[in-house]
Design a protein around this ligand. Structure first.
Ligand SMILES: [Zn+2]
Ligand SMILES: [Zn+2]
Length: 117
């Protein structure tokens, strides 16, 4: 399976510049890397499930120090294999990917930050 690589332009938490953050999603892990300063956040797959509620909304509204990022990308789903909108939510605690078609959800847990180039 090819990883997803999605650019998201926002203010970097590290260099404070408004530049592309590259969101790379693999089956078992995910990375978010700043194109300018190289600061990288690592996430590790914690679990997968069919989300009957709305985990994206819940996690988006959770109190956190940094503004969560919400990306909506049309891409081939890991689970139902249809080209469908995937909600991708990135917070300081974790990264969530949820397919709008089949509700299949992947929860990645925040692991570490590497801010050296
Ligand atoms: Zn940066
Ligand atoms: Zn799906």
């Amino acid at each position: 399976m090819n990883p997803w690589k999605i650019p998201y332009k926002t203010t970097c938490f590290n260099c404070k510049k408004n530049v592309n953050q590259i969101v790379e999603i693999y089956l078992n892990q995910a990375f978010v890397k700043c194109e300018n300063c190289g600061a990288t956040r690592y996430y590790i797959l914690r679990n997968t499930y069919i989300d009957e509620g709305n985990i994206i909304e819940e996690e988006k509204n959770r109190k956190s120090k940094y503004e969560p990022w919400l990306l909506e990308t049309e891409i081939k789903c890991f689970n139902c294999e249809k080209k469908c909108i995937q909600d991708i939510l990135i917070t300081e605690y974790g990264l969530f990917v949820r397919c709008k078609c089949c509700k299949f959800t992947r929860h990645y847990m925040f692991h570490m930050i590497n801010i050296s180039k």
